[in-house]
Design a protein around this ligand. Structure first.
Ligand code: UD1
Length: 336
């Protein structure tokens, strides 16, 4: 047993890989556990990759017996909202039951800190479109419920002497590593910025606007888009906070202001110099008109300071990565 390590589940995925990179840059010793169902081996640019399932008790025992981990960061999850509606048990198995197995191992092996990837989906459709951490928790899909159940397990385990934890509730994550080393290559993407960038580089025929009749300034949905590198920084800040003895807490991750779908598409068109082929379609089921973070607590608690709070920069970094994929650049990776 050498120095303390950090176990990152889902570290080969979009957000996890950006956190692993930053942890590596910060001199941390990282082990990624990922089943590579949607992640990529090449995305893990620091530490060691172990291919396997977060819910695999035997594998977890082997990992925890081999190395001493002071912290677990838990990203591994299914994240497609409509799929969670169609196949809820898939979400409860992977996002909830596997989290329970992981928590049990963390408890058994005396892990001190736990950082959990949660989501703004736990709020459902908050009144007025804004959510602070005390807003009522009313998820409207199994994805949100599956994450909320893990929040509750962590909370209850914390009371019973389990790891101190930071729960991070992500709003709309977008953008890619500004240095271009890693990016967003999730297969069958549904997230707006990724879809629009794929359209801009010709990887799809066009992009749809789901709903133009919302009671928002331009009739399209408003979201709080946060750059993945700022989000990654929040995890490293959470680690420092917990290591300094910080109490368990729950924090929204967003900038506290939003953009409409039309504004995002406009930014992609400007960054790419391509007019996008846009179709206006009816509202997508389950979409709130507006979802913006009240994001003061994360700044006050962690001292987190965003560096990429700029839609142009978010879109530019996403587009850069998409161009590499389109050009079959060997430095990029993508699903066959
Ligand atoms: C995402 C997250 C969700 C989180 C939420 C917080 C995932 C899979 N979902 O969902 O967990 O709770 O952010 O706000 O990570 N849109 C289009 N055309 C498209 C795609 C999207 O018009 O092709 C619109 C949507 O209607 C919505 C906005 O763009 O108004 C953003 O949608 P999307 O990128 O899919 O993210 P969310 O649904 O907000």
């Amino acid at each position: 047993m050498g120095e303390k390590k950090i176990l990152v589940t889902g570290g080969a995925g979009y957000i996890g890989s950006h956190v692993v990179k930053l942890l590596g840059d910060s001199g941390e010793h990282v082990v990624t556990l990922d089943d590579l169902s949607t992640g990529f081996e090449q995305a893990v640019v620091a530490g060691e990759l172990v291919v396997g399932d977060t819910g695999d008790r035997v594998l977890l025992d082997r990992l925890f017996e081999r190395d001493r981990y002071d912290t677990v960061m838990h990203f591994a999850a299914h994240t497609v909202v409509p799929e969670s509606v169609a196949d809820p048990l898939k979400y409860y198995r992977n996002n909830t039951s596997s989290s329970r197995v992981l928590l049990e191992a963390a408890q058994r092996y005396g892990v001190e800190h736990f950082v959990f990837s949660s989501t703004a989906a736990v709020y459902g459709v908050p009144e007025g479109g804004r959510a602070d951490e005390n807003t009522r928790l009313e998820p409207i899909n199994p994805y949100g419920t599956s994450k909320l159940m893990t929040e509750w397990m962590l909370r209850d385990l914390g009371v019973a002497g389990g790891p101190r934890h930071v729960i991070l509730r992500y709003f709309n994550v977008a953008g890619c590593d500004p240095a271009g080393a890693i990016g967003q290559s999730t297969p069958n993407a549904t997230l707006l910025v990724k879809v629009a960038c794929e359209a801009a580089v010709g990887r799809r025929a066009g992009v749809s606007i789901f709903g133009t009749d919302y009671s928002t300034p331009d009739g399209t949905g408003l979201r709080d888009y946060i750059h993945v590198s700022d989000l990654a920084r929040a995890h490293v800040d959470a680690l420092g906070y917990l290591r300094r003895g910080g109490e368990s807490c729950t924090l929204n991750c967003g900038y506290g202001h939003g953009y409409s779908v039309r504004e995002v598409l406009q930014a992609v068109a400007e960054a790419s110099g391509e007019a996008l082929n846009i179709r206006e379609e009816p509202r997508r089921a389950g979409d709130p008109p507006e979802l913006i973070a009240v994001a003061d607590r994360i700044r006050a608690t962690l001292g987190w300071t965003p560096r990429f709070d700029d839609l142009g920069e978010i879109v530019r970094t996403n587009l850069e990565w998409e161009r590499r994929i389109a050009a079959r650049d060997p430095r990029a990776y993508w699903a066959a």
